[in-house]
Ligand binder design. Structure first.
Ligand code: GUN
Length: 286
């Protein structure tokens, strides 16, 4: 028996995309078609799936996209040389370098090479600095999607304790900043945290972004908590799994996001929203 409210990312993402239509139409009225360019180096199978989903979803709503595929032997210098003309092209509004990159390329060099105003991932140091100092420019897609999901469930944040498991630059660190800005007390945990269960059981909000199926059991969830599962792992039976034991946790939680159909579709919707925002800002009189 499920007690928790399901935070349905599929339908919420569809709403978010529909809300972009008038903004895309307004841009088109000015002769602007928002465009996202994605660079993929190597042939990581998960990246291939993500990129296809991003491009298809963009196309469905009238955001143009192009993918630049580079081999896994591409040098860092070649990659940087591919980014420069995209920065300079006024018809391109968003640039994304799909991670992970091959080991011999420093991802922070690639990210820093993107023009900050076209960095729709929000990973450029200038955009990270803006987020940390409380003046966000472009908010990273997965954290932005998580905040919209919490808002949709009217989950209280002010004065609440949020526990974030996983400290990546893509999810854990930026979502912690956003939760702080909403008045939550935030604890960040990593794989070395002693007695993880003692920490997670304190979370009125529990965000899990590790990539280890079954990491969070129902017994590790505070009764009534909002549980957001960012993990996406492919099991040996081919099914997708989050980091949270959904069946166990939904008996305890107040709100819970499923996998699939939770954070994943929200991330893609926010990427498109960031591309539209970047196009609007390039359009606006300086
Ligand atoms: N790989 C996994 N998630 C992401 C993301 O949000 N952005 C990029 N660029 N690569 C990723």
């Amino acid at each position: 028996m499920s007690h928790a409210i399901i935070l349905d990312g599929t339908s919420l993402a569809a709403q978010q995309r529909e809300a972009l239509r008038p903004r895309i139409a307004a841009l088109q009225g000015h002769g602007v078609r928002p465009r996202l360019d994605v660079i993929v180096a190597g042939d990581d199978p998960a990246s291939a799936v993500y990129v296809r989903t991003k491009m298809r979803t963009a196309g469905e709503i009238g955001v143009e996209s192009a993918v630049h595929r580079l081999s896994d032997t591409t040098s860092e210098e070649e990659l940087l040389q591919r980014i420069a003309p995209l920065n300079a092209d006024p018809l391109i509004h968003g640039i994304l370098v799909q991670l992970p990159l091959p080991d011999h390329i420093a991802s922070h060099h690639a990210i820093a090479a993107i023009a900050p105003e076209k960095d729709v991932d929000g990973f450029h140091p200038q955009n990270v600095g803006a987020l940390v100092s409380g003046r966000p420019t472009i908010i990273p897609c997965t954290p932005a999607g998580i905040m919209v999901m919490l808002e949709s469930g009217k989950v209280p944040l002010w004065g609440k304790h949020a526990v974030v498991v996983g400290t990546s630059n893509i999810v854990g660190k930026p979502v912690a900043m956003l939760l702080l800005q909403q008045g939550a007390t935030v604890t960040l945990c990593n794989s070395k945290t002693p007695d993880l269960a003692a920490m997670t059981r304190q979370g009125d909000i529990l965000i899990v972004a590790v990539g280890r199926p079954g990491l969070i059991t129902g017994a590790m969830v505070k009764p009534g908590a909002a549980v957001i599962d960012v993990g996406i792992s492919r099991l040996s039976n081919g099914k997708l799994s989050g980091d949270v034991d959904f069946d166990g946790a939904c008996q305890v939680a107040g709100w819970i996001s499923p996998v699939p159909g939770g954070v994943g579709p929200m991330t893609v919707a926010m990427l498109i929203a960031n591309t539209v925002l970047a196009a609007e800002r390039m359009q606006a009189p300086k």
